[in-house]
Design a protein around this ligand. Structure first.
Ligand SMILES: [Zn+2]
Length: 186
C-alpha cells in the first residue's frame, strides 16, 4: 500500500455522515456527547467516535541530501514530499516508515531517531516522523510516485504541504544541534 496519505484529509468538519450503526445496523442520529457533535445509534446507543489516522514517515538523508518523492496522487499531485503512509493495524510506526520509503522510492532506510509528532486541528492525520539514513542504491519512483530523488538540503523544491516545512525546520535545528555537539566534544 502506498500513501495518498496527506490526501483527502482536509475536511471541513470531522463529523461522520454515517447513517447506520456498525454494531446493530440501527439508525444513527446526531448527539452532543462530551461537548462534541457525534453520531450515535438510536437503537443500541453505540457512539461512532471519529479517530485521527496515524501516519508514519521518514526524513532520510545521505551525504547532506534529502530523499523526496514526487506525488502521483491528488491532492498536490506533482509536488514533492517525504515518503509517508498510513499505519496499518498490527504494524509499528517504525515498520511503516521503512516500508513506505521502500514502496515509494525503492530505497532501504535505517531509522535514526524520532524527529517529532505532528498534527493540526484542521486535519485528521497525526504524523509520526523519523530521521533516517539511506542504504546503497539510488531512489527510483515506486507505487503512487511520479519520481523519487535526493535533493541537496540547501536546494529543495517547493514542498507539498504546510506541515512539511514545520517538519523540515525541526530537521534543520536538530542537525545544527548535532553539529554543535560534535564541535564541542572534539
Ligand atoms: Zn446500534
Amino acid at each position: 500500500m502506498g500513501t495518498g496519505v496527506h490526501a483527502s484529509d482536509e475536511t471541513d468538519g470531522f463529523k461522520s455522515k454515517a447513517k447506520y450503526c456498525l454494531k446493530c445496523a440501527g439508525r444513527l442520529e446526531d448527539r452532543i456527547i462530551e461537548d462534541k457533535a457525534r453520531r450515535a445509534c438510536t437503537a443500541c446507543d453505540f457512539v461512532f467516535y471519529q479517530d485521527p489516522k496515524p501516519v508514519a514517515g521518514v526524513l532520510a538523508v545521505r551525504d547532506g541530501n534529502l530523499l523526496l518523492v514526487q506525488r502521483g496522487n491528488e491532492p498536490k499531485r506533482g509536488r514533492w514530499s517525504f515518503p509517508t503512509g498510513y499505519i496499518d493495524v498490527g504494524d509499528s510506526p517504525e515498520e511503516t516508515a521503512i516500508r513506505e520509503a521502500k514502496e515509494e522510492a525503492n530505497v532501504d532506510v535505517q531509522l535514526n531517531s524520532l524527529l517529532g509528532v505532528y498534527s493540526d486541528k484542521r486535519r485528521t492525520v497525526v504524523l509520526v516522523i523519523y530521521t533516517g539514513t539511506i542504504g546503497a542504491g539510488n531512489p527510483a519512483a515506486g507505487a503512487e510516485a511520479l519520481d523519487a530523488r535526493l535533493f541537496d538540503l540547501q536546494d529543495l523544491p517547493i514542498l507539498a504541504f504546510d506541515h512539511d516545512y514545520d517538519i523540515l525546520t525541526d530537521l534543520f535545528s536538530k542537525t545544527q544541534e548535532h553539529n554543535r555537539t560534535e564541535m564541542v566534544t572534539r
